[in-house]
Design a protein around this ligand. Structure first.
Ligand code: SAH
Ligand code: DHB
Ligand code: MG
Length: 227
């Protein structure tokens, strides 16, 4: 099969799985439509990936979630829905237009009491968050922003965690380019530095899984804070 035929098949299978297991509802559809109308890039997680995030958050019995990279709040909705009514999600977004679209999408989904979007570069907003009284720790951290900063984001996630916290990183494979040790692409360099950090950090136990689907060949990284 050609690359295009593979992609068509991955998309068809994702569409089947989504219809069966992760059907859209009004709030999710509205979030995608509003993101599209505002000109945001269509780089949200797929519905079945969103469902995976939601299931992982539920298995973790998460009460507090940190997300780095909000876009229009699509993954935020899936994650926030996994929280109890008194749960709390903080999502960090650099682009103020993305943040505004996300806030409207969260309000429409009835999640604005649970989920808050903070505007600014995450490396600026994370230190502020860490000094807030009662900022506490997060049960789950989802990292999905600028990939070159992934090593710093994992370090921050660790700082804001407790033993048993879970860290998930999207786009951990990037079409297989992650194995290119000579790459000068900052996203790949950053992702590889993230793996090196995970390999030597005894407080984190991690794995990564390659995935194919409607958004191509990529994967996610899953880490657990052990101590
Ligand atoms: N998690 C979203 C997709 C996020 S796309 C979903 O699946 O629905 C990546 C987002 O990270 C973009 O909105 C981009 O503006 C944001 N971003 C890029 N650099 C950033 C930074 N330094 N700090 C915070 N957010 C950043
Ligand atoms: C890009 C970012 C993402 O988070 C993603 O899931 C896919 C693509 C990007 O920056 O191209
Ligand atoms: Mg992503």
């Amino acid at each position: 099969m050609t690359q295009e035929q593979f992609q068509d098949q991955w998309t068809a299978v994702d569409s089947y799985l989504t219809d069966q297991l992760a059907p859209a509802d009004e709030a999710l559809n509205a979030a995608l439509a509003a993101s599209d109308a505002a000109g945001l890039p269509p780089i949200q997680v797929t519905p079945n990936q969103g469902k995976l995030l939601s299931l992982l958050a539920q298995m973790q019995d998460a009460r507090t979630i940190l997300e780095i990279g909000t876009l229009g709040g699509y993954s935020t909705i899936w994650l926030a829905r996994a929280l109890p009514e008194n749960g709390r999600l903080i999502s960090l977004e650099y682009n103020p237009v993305h943040a505004e679209v996300a806030r409207a999408n969260l309000a429409r989904a009835g999640l604005d009491k649970i989920a808050e979007v903070r505007t600014g570069a995450a490396l600026q907003t994370l230190p502020k968050l860490a000094t807030e009284p009662g900022a506490g720790t997060f049960d789950l951290v989802f990292i999905d922003a600028d990939k070159q900063n992934n090593p710093s984001y994992v370090e921050w996630a660790l700082k804001l965690s407790r033993p048993g916290s879970v860290i998930i990183v999207d786009n951990a494979i990037r079409g297989g380019t992650v194995v290119d040790a000579d790459s000068t692409d900052p996203a790949i360099v950053g992702t590889r530095q993230m793996y090196e950090l995970l390999a030597r950090e005894p407080r984190l136990d991690a794995t990564a899984v390659q995935t194919v689907g409607a958004k191509g060949y990529d994967g996610f990284l899953l880490a657990r804070v052990v101590a």
